[in-house]
Design a protein around this ligand. Structure first.
Ligand code: F6R
Length: 606
């Protein structure tokens, strides 16, 4: 879960590497480093913390060369510190690595016995010593092949060499790696996003492949060392998304972008003339599908859970959800009638990718719902449904969650129609209601002030709870996750009806509790659960929708009422106050909102 960049050019590269590393901080930001070849010598600079710190060090202590590699790290082996930061260099080679070397302890023992001295606590350093060892008696390609054969685990590597001053080696197993092409220079990146400011022409390494990046050409090899050709693809550029505009944080900007991102997504999927959903050309026969399995991690898993409620309600299909890191190791019963849907903003999450890979190996039908269409998950699925919300920079997912919900709802409606579970008229009505969403989301954003006020108590709390029933339950889970990751306040999402079975014991005087109670069939029951919380001292923030009959505010701490909408679509509106609540609680605490501690945007290790 780190970021890699490599540039082989005829101009100084350090500044460009640093700029690319800043963009890559969404993958990890606990330490950073650069190595360039200066006058035939490997010159390495590293530091703990952000790329900004690295920039300050390099500024004082210039180490420029025309070939170099850089890295941002999210620690897996060894604490975030200067010595554990990448690159890891010997006199002869310098290595940046994304992933985990599972047999590093054993390899390290052998290498120490052969006289190698280790400086760091990382798994990566074994790679540096292995290649250094093999280069003593082998040519470059043989050394790389021998080194790759010794490694177990998943990795993407970038390597430079003292004795091969015109080559950057890239190698991939498990973790993605892209090669970019420029005029008289070529690049290596942990994804195409890292390369976007330099080129839109990229190739992706597949598992087991490696490459030699020279200034004017790139040579690709398969795992046997035979030369192969790779397709050159053009990727889209979306540079304006990396600007905060008038907002203090990307997260605030991304929350406020939601009316527009939902509008763009609807534009892509709704054929207004025929009142139809443009989810067509499935690579399978829909009538054969009897079960759906939805798989994701974190926020993406919550959107899967939300879709489960919709699919159960609107179709006869059996539906299950699974957390990718659990699914990949279970004894799964694969059936031909199953459709596997993978939800991932980045499309690079290691566990979700591994779950997809497992399904592909078992010849299952696979569909992915992603934001990054050039991602590994998108490239390797049978069918891809993009969420069209533009790059999401804030580590906490907001507009992507909303986009995932929308595409999952559209897919549900389409399947319901194709399976004759909904009349043409009702189908058309539901599509028309969706077109109202952007305006309703925009109106809901007007509650910002009230939420900001309420957030103060959440930021000071020891713990908090988020309760909901039915469609509101997955959103309660998501609201709790947002508060945890941004405000670092303990938060539990619970089905409101489950409180009496244990969690009610946690309620104490003054504990802030969010109760989500739209005017749906559960309303009275949820309100009763709310009263149980209030009578035990809980300070309830009730989130409901506007209605003619007033909610009794007796003993209620605060009440927020969002726009009125159908029960099915209420989750889209309720998400907004919960995103804002977490944002403002974190802001009141002065946290680094776009880069919360210990997290990264793209989780490319399991
Ligand atoms: C939380 C959050 C994470 C991600 C999870 C999966 O705000 O963003 O929980 O949802 O890491 O990431 P993707 O969607 O990229 O697979």
């Amino acid at each position: 879960m780190c970021g890699i960049i490599g540039i082989n050019s005829n101009k100084p590269v350090t500044g460009v590497i640093l700029n690319s590393l800043k963009k890559l901080e969404y993958r990890g930001y606990d330490s950073a480093g650069v190595a360039t070849l200066v006058n035939g010598i490997i010159n390495e600079t590293k530091c703990e913390g952000r790329v900004e710190n690295l920039e300050n060090i390099i500024f004082k202590n210039k180490n420029d060369g025309s070939l170099g590699i850089g890295h941002v790290r999210w620690a897996t082996h060894g604490q975030p510190s200067e010595v554990n930061a990448h690159p890891h260099s010997s006199e002869k080679v310098s290595v940046v690595h994304n992933g985990i070397i599972e047999n590093s302890t054993l390899l390290k023992k052998h290498l120490i016995r052969a006289g190698h001295v280790f400086k760091s606590q990382t798994d990566t350093e074994v790679i540096t010593h292995l290649i250094t060892e093999y280069l003593k008696n082998n040519d470059l390609k043989t050394s790389i092949l021998k080194m790759l054969k010794r490694l177990h685990g998943s990795f993407a590597l970038g390597i430079i060499f003292k004795d091969f001053p015109d080559i950057i080696v890239g190698a991939r197993r498990g973790s993605p790696l892209a090669v970019g092409y420029g005029p008289n220079e070529n690049y290596l990146g942990s994804d195409s996003y890292a390369l976007k400011s330099m080129t839109n022409k990229v190739s992706y390494l597949d598992d087991g492949e490696f490459c030699f990046i020279k200034k004017k050409e790139v040579q690709f090899f398969n795992s046997d060392g035979n030369k192969i050709n790779k397709q050159v693809l053009e990727v889209s550029s979306d540079d304006q998304s990396y600007d905060k505009g008038n907002f203090k944080h990307f997260m605030a900007k991304e929350i406020h972008e939601q009316p527009n991102t939902i509008k763009s997504c609807l534009k892509e999927y709704i054929d207004k003339i025929n009142n139809e959903i443009n989810i067509i050309n499935f690579p399978w026969n829909n009538k054969e599908i009897k079960n759906i399995k939805l798989i994701g991690c974190g926020t993406a898993y919550h959107s899967c859970l939300m879709a489960k409620y919709w699919i159960e309600q609107l179709t006869d299909l059996e539906v299950e959800t699974d957390i990718a890191s659990e699914f990949r190791y279970r004894k799964n019963k694969f059936k031909n009638s199953q459709l596997y849907v993978f939800v991932s903003q980045s499309g690079e999450t290691a566990d979700t990718y591994a779950a997809l890979d497992l399904c592909k190996k078992n010849k299952m039908k696979t569909c992915s719902i992603v934001n990054v269409v050039e991602s590994s998950i998108a490239r390797d699925s049978d069918y891809v449904l993009p969420i069209h919300c533009g790059p999401e920079v804030g580590v906490a997912s907001t507009k992507a969650f909303m986009g995932q919900l929308l595409v999952l709802y559209l897919l549900t409606l389409k399947l319901s129609f194709l399976h004759d579970k909904i009349s043409k008229e009702n189908y058309g009505l539901k599509i028309s209601s969706l077109l109202e969403l952007p305006k309703l989301i925009e109106n809901t954003l007007k509650i910002e002030r009230d939420i900001q006020e309420a957030s103060k108590d959440f930021s000071k709390a020891k713990g908090s709870m988020f309760l909901g029933r039915g469609y509101s339950f997955p959103i309660a889970l998501e609201g709790a996750l947002k508060l945890k990751e941004l405000a670092y306040v303990h938060a539990e999402g619970y089905p409101a009806g489950e409180m009496k079975h244990g969690p009610l014991a946690l309620i104490e005087n003054g504990m802030p509790v969010v109760v989500i109670a739209p005017r749906d069939k559960f309303y009275n029951k949820t309100i009763s659960n709310m009263q149980e919380v209030i009578s035990r001292g809980g300070k309830v923030l009730l989130i409901s929708n506007k209605s003619t009959d007033e909610i009794s505010s007796e003993n209620l701490w605060k009440k927020i009422q969002v726009e009125t909408i159908s029960d099915e679509l209420f989750p889209f509106l309720i998400t907004i106050p919960l995103q804002l609540l977490a944002y403002y609680a974190a802001n009141a605490l002065g946290h680094d909102i776009d880069k919360p501690r210990n997290l990264a945007k793209s989780v490319t290790v399991e």
